[in-house]
Design a protein around this ligand. Sequence first.
Ligand code: DX5
Ligand code: ZN
Length: 216
Amino acid sequence: MKRLIAPSILSADFNRLGEAIQTINQSEADFIHFDVMDGVFVPNISFGIPVIKDVNKIAEKPLDVHLMIVNPDKFIVPFAKAGASYLTVHYEACPHLHRTIQSIKEQNVKASVCLNPHTPVWLLEDIIAELDMVLLMSVNPGFGGQKFIENTYKKVAQLKELTERFNPDCLIEVDGGVNYETGKKLFEAGANVLVAGSFVFNAENSIETIKNLKLL
Ligand code: DX5
Ligand code: ZN
């Protein structure tokens, strides 16, 4: 089973963003996770297309872009052009999710859907066959460093059942409150990709921490 790590730069020191990217480049991380927030879908604003475009010039790992924005359809092409390998949209922000997913794929970008903590996994039954990845929020989106919501383990197991039935290649990613303890249980429950922000960037040694997370 795949066990991948996607450090989120949301918790990096933006004064030294280049160094944070080099750290990820030198580590065993599998992706670089970008938390794009618009202050409407979530109660916070982070960064957007120009930042991702510049990071892409030095990044040696695929860019995993998590759009916490309303109306993501408007921005699929610019994010694809900026270098996204995976584009994740929120189920809660997409009234025409099937169309949105097709638009992402038309850009030759991997398509992923994110569920907020309150959104049940079974709602994906009729779209899961189209997806490259599903992202489960294990905190309410908007901020790094929040407490992990325990109900997520159950959702990972439910999602694994769904992917095994309809799309065994679909990756299961989890985002929020990941540390050695929650990460181990998430991998055991069937997660394939763990996003980790504060746990990696507040650590004494980020490279070592990424390595340890992969070995959980
Ligand atoms: C939350 C973001 C997460 C966040 C994770 O809105 O989607 O990616 O950066 O941060 P930690 O790992 O600190 O919970
Ligand atoms: Zn995220």
